[in-house]
Design a protein around this ligand. Sequence first.
Ligand SMILES: Nc1ncnc2c1ncn2[C@@H]1O[C@H](COP(=O)(O)OP(=O)(O)O)[C@@H](O)[C@H]1O
Ligand SMILES: [Mg+2]
Length: 367
Amino acid sequence: MSAKSTSAIKSGQQTKSEKQSQSTASPGGSDKIKDDRASGLDHYGLDMGTSRVVRAQMRGGDPSFQTQLNAFVVLPNAKMNRTMLDRESISYTVDGNDILAFGNRVEEFANLLGGDTRRPMRNGLLNPGEPRNIDMITRTVKALCGPARKGQRICFSVPSAPEDGDSAVLFHEKAISHVLEEMGYEVRAINEGQAVVLAELVAHDFTGIGISFGGGMCNVCVSYLGLPAVTFATTRAGDFIDYSAASVVGETPVGARLYKESGLFDLSSRSGSSLDQALAIYYREVIQTVALTLERVMKTSKRLPRFRKPVPVVFSGGSALARGFGQELETAIGRVRLPFEVGEVQMAESGLNATAKGCLVAAMLDN
Ligand SMILES: Nc1ncnc2c1ncn2[C@@H]1O[C@H](COP(=O)(O)OP(=O)(O)O)[C@@H](O)[C@H]1O
Ligand SMILES: [Mg+2]
């Protein structure tokens, strides 16, 4: 990454007053951001997650975020169903004989009906088993972003190709790009792990390891001065925990997920119900898989830069919210052999929004 673009990222992450004072001192990227804002253009960062889609945008000098669950439920188009959805204030649209219910409360609703939600994406990519995949993604993205204004840019996150499975990453990237281009945006894609680095490691000159622990995947980027030296993904993530734990204790996946997210689950606790124990076992499996894959990939990588300082690790994503997660990750990384010293292991400051924020930084930098 050039010094010019690095300075632009840095200014993109600072407060309004810092940015204004820098824009005269640094005529490179900083001016560019100022120009875009002055011309009324607001670019978007878009985290296209399996579980949630998050839009980031600059508002008054700080990034602001809006989220939509990436799931839906189909019901027959009957008056009774429409009345129930209206009463529960759940968003829906009618499509012929179907009602498509979606939005942030759709999981609760699916649980109420004793079923699971349908998912447009799976394991980080468009779900090949869901006939409405692109249709529903289009509705979600339109609801979040609306049509583009002239020259408006959007940068969205794409996962790395997982090692264990044939990759449909290219198709996924092109299909999402097409949806956004049809809406009028100038579109760019960036790797999800790299987005976490851009969002969080400004103080380390974008050198370190960014990890996003999502629903469908864990995405990892080893970055040197903002350049992704190594990226990879694993497909054991939040959904794997839900489905595996549910299947061994006779729960529904959505029930396991709601409990996992309730705040009652604690990864560091050695006791609890059979669901607590099952969730903990599969959680550790997710963390171990990332640490062991990192060890293996680092051992064989020919592109590894020479780090001069301990390498910080920053982690983000919904699955990292469980109590005790950070400690468990730090222990797992401490146990594997890496060809460099690991520095601090820290939760992303922008938490669940790190990927979207990193995408926004990239969108603001684009030419
Ligand atoms: N408070 C929480 N505790 C544990 N897991 C959570 C919590 N909130 C969300 N999750 C899990 O995080 C995952 C979604 O993370 P997210 O970063 O939104 O994923 P994605 O990038 O796949 O959209 C899901 O598996 C969800 O169950
Ligand atoms: Mg994600």
